[in-house]
Design a protein. Sequence first.
Length: 677
Amino acid sequence: MLLSGGLSVRRSSKTFTRTPVDLTLEQTINADAASRMTGISAFTQNESARSRWMVTHAMRSAILGHLFDMAGLRKQDDSTKNLTHHRIVRDNNDVNKIISGINETLNPFDEIAQDGNLYCLSTGKATSVDVKNDLLHCVEIGDKRCNTFIKECFEDPARFENPISRSKLKNFSSDAIRVKLTVKDRKVKELQGTRDLFGRLLYLAASNNVDLALVFRYPLTPVPLTIAQVDGSVNKTDKSKLMHKLEERVKNSKPVSRDACAIDAMFLIRTLVNVPATFGEIAKLVLTRLLGFAKRVDFVCDSYKTPSIKDIEHGIRGSDATHTNFIISGPDQKRPKDFNASLKSANFKTALLHFLVKEWKRTSYIEQIRGYTLFVGLDDKAYQYDVKDDSIHVQEVPSLVCNHEEADTRLIWHVKHMCESYKGGNIIIRSSDTDVLIILLTNAHVIPGQLWLDVGVSTNNTRRYIDVSQLAHSLGAELCGALSGLHAFTGCDYTASFVRKGKVRPLALMEKEQRFIAAFAKLGDSAHKSSDLLTDMEAFVCSMYGKPNLTSVNTARHMLFDQHFAPKQKSQPLHKIKGTDPSNLPPCKSVLLEKLKRANLVASMWKNAITPESYKWAPEENGWLLENGRYVINWFEGQQVPEDVCLHIDDNVGTDMANEEEDETEYCSSSDVSDSD
């Protein structure tokens, strides 16, 4: 039964009343058969009596259960209340929340995720090789150590009483960020990011009479847990909720005609169903799908440059080493068996896109392309395909050349070119990315044309059109100009989101006050951020965390902590301080400033989508650091903890893992070893 998946038991007809097998045994057989007064532990000291009790255990349990039923002492389940309308709605909402939560990080049931890597469900990030090996082979490692211990005991009878060395296996927490702090006396102390480190440092500050108002001006943890995970990965949120909220403001309709269409290349490739076996057949299928949209079609590709401010997003799911130098030799070459998983590799995607550009030049595609115009934007080049004199004519298009890295912004550059050629025509953009909608709305008032966003897929019945031009007119130019700043600030592919704050409520807060709209509209206009802008953004964050009357995030942090975790008795100032959750508090000012820099750079990149230049400022000066040829987030500038707290940090605060690795002589008693060891 267990091998077939029977890990839980449902003892009633209720929908959500399953319990684990072992818990069910405790609640039924053990409870019925044991003494109601004392239980089995005080049953008897006679070994024979205990043996007889165990032999008849199941029968007596069944008899007692039947007796309770006959006497009417067992309460009958009533499942009718689970069938009421409000209960059905609540249960469905709970299920949808679970599904949404999994999809926001990583869906383990998605075939794209089944690539051999091991992922942390809470972050969606692939683990390191060491952690993966230890977790997947922990049973084998334990068996090996167990056999070694047994062998040693047979060889030396005194071995059993001697200590057993601790196994230093790595788990998900081993990937947590570690930092080294240097105090005035030049001593270096290491802190490892953990969920309880925040509370432990506050405990240390309070026990040494350090002013907590001063302490909350510092991040405390190596990475701010209000926008990041302990392993350094950025916090994610569901971007599509912003699209759905904006989409509600216009009526659904369809364009009466398609004059031109710009398509996100990788989005189209990922939506292919029943992918052919060879690359030549894939090229033919992609071209057929492309030319079915309009007479002019623009196939817009991503450019996988390095270093890139999207390095963190690209590395979240790990890299596929098998495609490090992938080469497509010709149309007859077989595609990889795990095609969807291969699309996670930047090298594979680059090879595939370059193959398509080259393959479509062959004369075998003349009849397919005849009567159509195909534009392809790839890397720093742009190509035009059409049929002239019974041959495929391919030429470079200087007016479409740009240095945009992402297809999201390059789509807008192509759309502007389309609108100049089809004035007043219907321009379709095929993509389901919320970023594309925001970039379109940001630039809609300077692009002459009727813009439509074709989103969703037919396989799950979500295909629909959004009238971007009508939506932009409904929102107004000022609000559209502020959306890019809001979206970048509250979380996108480049920036982290605030834990449990989402997109919908920040949008409502921004629309409520004109100063917030004006502040977000300024993001991306200049590399210099005025003091007024920082003040307004601090006030906006305070409003997000339920403190609209405050204008300082440091004050809001202290006040919220005091509100939720302050002790009831003054005689116990440290009560509840270890139960704090730093993700519920706003970031301190130094963290917010770096986040604002990143949002400003991304907003600038989106506002410049209608120009050939993507962004004009160096990421190193705007919230990122260049380490080992890759961009990583600079979470804050300055000290992590106050000097007074840093002086008192000892080996018991945040250094447990570090001490274990340095101390190779740490042991535990053999009598404390469990069967799993």
